[in-house]
Design a protein around this ligand. Structure first.
Ligand code: ZN
Length: 282
């Protein structure tokens, strides 16, 4: 019995027709299931509310290949996208992560009841660069192992080229949006420890106070209105020098952040920043 039904039974004395109700079987569901199987559910995660017009225009710009795409709002920041064929749908799923209006936009293939499972939308895919690695550590296996600090690792790339800051590894991970971003991690080898820096590609907006994506310092519960509190996070966590991501209204208070200027801010290893999806080849 669902919670809703329990609540109804507690509140009302139901009539016979109301209690008897109707029964559905899988034949009744067949058509709806077929229609939904060619759809994905996308949820914009953050304190801003996305509107359907913005979402539709974003989808037609980002996915011009998807003909006859239908978009329906099915909840707060939750949208269903119905495709005319599986290839188009898979292309969108393969293109993850998606970012909408600088907020994480979690996109999942439809499955029964997924729209009610908000927890499923608490994890986003994101490309993370690993810096400060000795060159003999630049292997896919080590990338996978270091990526173990995230919810899961989907892919590892060891780019051929390097730069003035050395070489890097790139990992596509799933990260928990309810937790602070990881600024790096400590790796132990033969009794000594080394700090590995993380930088996030096409990074959505995040709070410089608590490091969680989807809100900023002004509405941060952890900060509790105390704008003098030192920032523990900053623009230095972004892999690209994507100035457009940095909200203008916050720039003054953000610049004050004493910890906010990390070691890689001055010379970013640019990855573009115009596209909204992270690209493995960037
Ligand atoms: Zn916060």
């Amino acid at each position: 019995m669902t919670e809703d039904l329990e609540e109804i039974l507690r509140k009302f004395a139901l009539t016979e027709d109301e209690t008897g109700g109707v029964e559905l079987d899988s034949t009744d569901l067949a058509q709806g299931v077929v229609e939904c199987q060619l759809s994905i559910i996308g949820r914009v995660v953050g304190e801003k509310t996305a509107n359907i017009a913005g979402i539709k225009s974003f989808a037609s710009n980002m996915w011009p290949f998807a003909r006859n795409l239908r978009v329906v709002e099915i909840g707060v920041n939750m949208f269903q996208f119905s495709f005319s064929n599986k290839q188009d749908m898979d292309r969108v799923l393969r293109g993850r992560p998606w970012v909408y209006d600088n907020l994480p936009w979690v996109v999942l293939p439809w499955e029964e009841g997924i729209e009610l499972n908000l927890e499923a939308f608490n994890r986003t895919w994101i490309w993370v660069q690993l810096w400060n690695l000795p060159i003999h550590w630049i292997t896919k296996d080590i990338g996978r192992k270091i990526g173990g600090v995230f919810s899961s690792v989907r892919e590892v790339i060891a780019p051929n080229g390097g730069g003035k800051k050395g070489k890097l590894l790139k990992i596509l991970v799933e990260m928990d949006l309810t937790k602070p971003m990881l600024r790096g991690t400590t790796v132990k080898l033969r009794g000594s420890s080394r700090w590995i820096d993380f930088k996030y590609e096409k990074c959505p907006d995040f709070c410089y106070c608590c490091g969680v994506m989807g809100h900023n310092e002004r509405s941060c519960r952890e900060r509790g209105g105390n704008m003098d509190k030192e920032n523990q996070y900053g623009a230095w966590l972004r892999a690209s020098n994507a100035r457009s991501h940095i909200r203008k209204q916050n720039s003054s208070c953000r610049e004050k952040g004493k910890v906010g200027e990390g070691p890689h801010l001055a010379k970013e290893w640019g990855t573009g920043g115009k596209n909204n999806s992270a690209c493995p080849g960037s």
